[in-house]
Design a protein around this ligand. Structure first.
Ligand code: SAM
Length: 275
């Protein structure tokens, strides 16, 4: 029966409704509420308790698709108060920082919380995201986005300047999306456990050079610089070709691993020996 199935829509749940001409509506289902579109009306009551992943008909007879939104859908709808990191980079960041259930990850700055949302989604339910921003209004905006996506329990949001020491140690990973990441390298290295993953995004090549110059003075190794280009295609079998427009540039990604240099290890071993 529809109402018993894990694929049924619940009141209070967000669903994605896609019209025949490709418009996408992310709606939170509420009894008695209607979605009004240019192709007709859908009553939430006609969706609640019924299966997802199916077609429905508007009152004008147009066919819509109703599905559970993916993390990609949710990220594209984050309310923006700052420049955000987009899914094309976020996918690579999650993989490069090796984020999965149970990991403890640090982030600065929080901004609108797009990356924070994806990190929380990746490390839940046993992991945690510690996200810092110097601006309280940004933290408030990110909090709203996290609450809308039911991910707030997995995130600590705190006002802090990442050029100064941050109140986290032994983290599995850190990501810097701040104006001057080269000034945050000491705090980033202090936060990371040995072997921890470092990542940053900067919008220009000269900022990449400045950051690489700074990284050379810290115990960061296995350094990589990446640019991710994504081109969508019109999915028409007989006329397959790229879409007319593409996002030509977002930013450069820099990744590394924190290590304990030999000299420091020797010093630590020496100081732990009985005198
Ligand atoms: C581009 S936004 C981050 C966007 C975020 N990654 C997202 O996906 O929504 C940059 C943020 O860094 C913050 N910021 C800049 N310098 C900082 C610093 N030294 N410490 C902490 N946050 C900083 C800014 O206030 C701003 O909110």
């Amino acid at each position: 029966m529809d109402t018993e199935s894990p694929h049924s829509a619940r009141a209070g749940e967000r669903v994605l409704i896609i019209t025949g001409d490709g418009k996408r509506y992310l709606v939170r289902l509420q009894p008695g509420v209607q979605l009004h579109t240019h192709l007709g009306i859908i009553a939430h009551d006609d969706l609640i308790g019924r299966g997802l992943g199916r077609e429905v008909q508007s009152h004008l007879g147009h066919r819509f698709v109703v599905v559970r939104p993916s993390i990609h859908d949710l990220l594209m709808r984050v309310k923006r108060r700052s420049q955000i990191i987009y899914p094309k980079e976020i996918g690579m960041i999650l993989l490069k920082l090796d984020l999965s259930d149970g990991r403890r990850v640090v982030e600065a700055g929080t901004g609108s919380g797009a990356l924070t949302t994806a990190m929380a989604w990746a490390v839940q339910p046993r992991g945690h995201v510690y996200s810092f921003d110097i601006r309280d209004d940004m933290l408030a905006a990110a909090r709203q986005n996290l609450q809308a996506n039911e991910l707030a329990p997995y995130v600590t949001l705190e006002q802090a300047d990442a050029t100064q020491p941050l109140p986290v140690t032994d983290a599995d990973a850190i990501f810097l999306d701040v104006r001057e990441p080269q000034d945050c390298l000491q705090s980033a290295c202090d936060v990371l456990a040995p072997g921890g993953f470092f990542g940053s995004l900067v919008p220009t090549t000269n900022q990449v050079s400045v950051l690489l110059g700074g990284m050379a003075r810290y115990p960061l190794t296995d350094i990589e610089v990446l640019e991710i280009m994504l081109r969508g295609y019109k999915p028409v079998p007989g006329r397959l070709r790229p879409k007319d427009r593409m996002v030509a540039h977002t930013g450069y990604l820099i990744f590394a691993r924190k290590i304990s240099p030999l000299l420091e290890e020797a010093k630590a071993e020496e100081s732990s020996k009985p005198h």
